[in-house]
Design a protein. Sequence first.
Length: 265
Amino acid sequence: GPGPGAAAAAWGGPGWRLPGRVLELVFSYLELRELRSCALVCKLWHRVLHGDENSEVWRSLAARCLAEEALRTDILCNVPTYKGKVRAFHHAFSTNDCSRNVYIKKNGFTLHRNPIAQSTDGARTKIGFSEGRHAWEVWWEGPLGTVAVIGIATKRAAMQCQGYVALLGSDDQSWGWNLVDNNLLHNGEVNGSFPQCNNAPKYQIGERIRVILDMEDKTLAFERGYEFLGVAFRGLPKVCLYPAVSAVYGNTEVTLVYLGKPLDG
């Protein structure tokens, strides 16, 4: 399609140097894909778009793409800006890349596992990462059952299998932490217990676990509350890795919210 220069020209030459407030108003009618193009036009447009993460542009985009329930409840309470909330939605569970036995609820962030016997069911997010540092929160809103695994998976990892098993970590395409027995899993093997301390507290329903993927150091780490639990996996491959979960309990629900770059720098 036409480049950013053409977009600027379409505003009638010098006329595209509109006041920031006017640009903001115009931008507030555009979708994310169009905003990405606009940010490339010039420094002014980029500043108007990205200078204020709570501007009318992001507020109105959030109102259009996010379910009212997501904005009204505390699902996004740790995502302070409207731009961050829009970004979280684009990084949420994929409705097309999950087991047929789960569905994503209307809020856009919570997975519901249907009560299907002898099945383990997982889901990946819409976007994976092959570079950078990324953090997201996961929490269980219902019984864990015998296996409740959070972690990461490549696009090739299976998202459904027979029986009640630790699906994430069952082959070399995924890495998982089973919250029920505190085991780390990869390539079908237990990679030790986690966190590495005596009598590590068991996961409590509703507790938010923060997952930190560092594609520069090739590590996966976890936090509980604001306590850093340590690095769980090292030496991750330089491939595209997706936040993922797998569950076995009927009607259990799992929520995942992308937070962006980890706050520790």
